[in-house]
Design a protein around this ligand. Structure first.
Ligand code: PEP
Ligand code: MN
Length: 335
C-alpha cells in the first residue's frame, strides 16, 4: 500500500504518520520525489483502514500495490533511483559503461585492459575473480589474488571495480570492491541475497538464465528487504531454443522494467550473444531503448582468453562500440 502525501506536508507531520504506521507493525518506506512524497507500507496492510488513512489532512491518495515487489516498485519510488558508485553514478541521466575481461588472469592483463577501456570512456572496470564455470575442470578464477589485482588497477586508473561474489563467506574479501556482482546463476540464491541485503554495498544483480522479470524483481526485493537499496539490474540474455546465439537478449525487458521499477537497468550484450561481432549492434540497440548502461567483456588477446574469448572485444573494437553508442545516445536525446 502507498499513501501519496499532499504538497506542503511538514517533516513533523510525516514523522507522526510514519510512527503511527510503525506502531501498526508495518515497515515504512519514504520516497521524497520531485513531485510528491510517497509513503510505502510494507507488511500486513490488511488491518489498515484505507478510508481512514485517505481522510487524513496530509494524505492526497491511497493505493494498494498488487505486485509482490514493494521496495523495488516504481509506485513506491516514482523517480528513477540514482546509485552512487565512488566518483560516478548509475541511473538518471548517466550512461554507465562497465568494461573488462571475463576473468582476471594476471596483473599485466588487467592493467593493460583497464587503461585502454578508460581511454575509450568506460566508467567502471569489471573482471571475475571467482568464476562460476559450467565445468569444474575449467579455470575457476584467481580468487582473492584477482580482487587484489583489480584494486591495483583501480589505484592506477581511478575506475571503480565490479566483481562477482559466489559465497557470502567471501564478503570480507569484497570490502574495498565498489560493486558486487551477483551472477545469473546465483540470482535466486536467496541466502546470498539476504546477506547482501545487510551490507551497504552496491549490488549488480544479473537476471537468471530462465527467470521472469517478476522473479528478477523479487530477487532485488530480497536485497532491499534487508535495507540495502543500492541495486543495479542487468539483463544478460535468457535461454531460448535458439542456438546461434549463446542466449537471447530480451531488450523488451528495458522498457518493461522502466515501468515496473525505479532501479537502473543495464545490458550485457557479451553474455547475451556470446559472439563478439554481435556486441556492437546489441549495445547500440540497448542505448536506443533506454538502458542506463552496458557491461561489455574486453580482452587484450581474446583468442587466448581463459574464459569467454569468443564474445570478448579487443580494445580497438570496444573503442568503436563506445563511439557508436555515444552517437546513438545523442540521437535519442534529440528525439
Ligand atoms: C560474468 O559477468 O562474468 C558472468 C559470469 O555473467 P552471467 O552471470 O551473466 O553468466
Ligand atoms: Mn564472461
Amino acid at each position: 500500500m502507498i499513501a501519496v502525501l499532499k504538497q506542503g506536508t511538514t517533516e513533523k507531520q510525516l514523522e507522526n504518520l510514519s510512527s503511527w504506521l510503525r506502531t501498526q507493525g508495518l515497515d515504512v518506506h519514504i520516497s521524497k520525489g520531485s513531485a510528491h512524497t510517497v509513503v510505502g507500507l510494507i507488511g500486513d496492510t490488511s488491518k489498515i483502514d484505507e478510508e481512514l488513512l485517505e481522510s487524513l489532512d496530509i494524505v492526497d491518495s491511497v493505493k494498494r500495490i498488487s505486485e509482490p515487489f514493494k521496495s523495488a516498485n516504481r509506485k513506491f519510488h516514482p523517480d528513477d533511483s540514482i546509485i552512487k558508485v565512488a566518483n560516478t553514478s548509475v541511473g538518471g541521466d548517466s550512461f554507465t559503461i562497465i568494461a573488462g575481461p571475463c576473468s582476471v588472469e594476471s596483473e599485466a592483463q588487467v592493467m593493460e585492459i583497464a587503461k585502454s577501456v578508460k581511454r575509450s570512456g568506460a566508467t567502471m572496470l569489471r573482471g571475475g575473480a571467482f568464476k562460476p564455470r559450467t565445468s569444474p575442470y575449467d579455470f575457476q578464477g584467481l580468487k582473492a589474488d584477482g580482487i587484489e589485482i583489480l584494486l591495483e588497477a583501480k589505484k592506477e586508473t581511478g575506475l571503480p571495480i565490479v566483481t562477482e561474489i559466489m559465497n557470502a563467506n567471501h564478503l570480507p574479501l569484497f570490502e574495498k570492491v565498489d560493486v558486487i556482482q551477483v551472477g545469473a546463476r546465483n540470482m535466486q540464491n536467496f541466502e546470498l541475497l539476504k546477506e547482501l541485503g545487510k551490507t551497504n554495498k552496491t549490488i549488480l544483480l544479473k537476471r537468471g538464465l530462465a527467470n521472469t522479470l517478476k522473479e528478477f524483481l523479487m530477487s532485488a526485493e530480497y536485497i532491499m528487504a534487508g535495507g540495502n537499496e543500492n541495486i543495479i539490474l542487468c539483463e544478460r540474455g535468457i535461454r531460448t531454443f535458439e542456438t546461434y546465439t549463446r542466449n537471447t537478449l530480451d531488450l523488451s525487458a528495458v522498457p518493461m522494467l522502466k515501468e515496473l521499477t525505479h532501479l537502473p537497468i543495464i545490458i550485457d550484450p557479451s553474455h547475451a550473444t556470446g559472439v563478439a561481432r554481435l556486441v556492437k549492434p546489441m549495445a547500440m540497440a540497448a542505448a536506443a531503448c533506454g538502458a542506463d548502461g552496458l557491461m561489455i567483456e574486453v580482452h587484450n588477446d581474446p583468442k587466448h582468453a581463459l574464459c569467454d574469448g569468443a564474445q570478448s572485444l579487443t580494445p580497438e573494437a570496444f573503442d568503436d562500440v563506445t563511439r557508436a553508442v555515444r552517437r546513438i545516445l545523442m540521437a535519442v536525446k534529440e528525439l
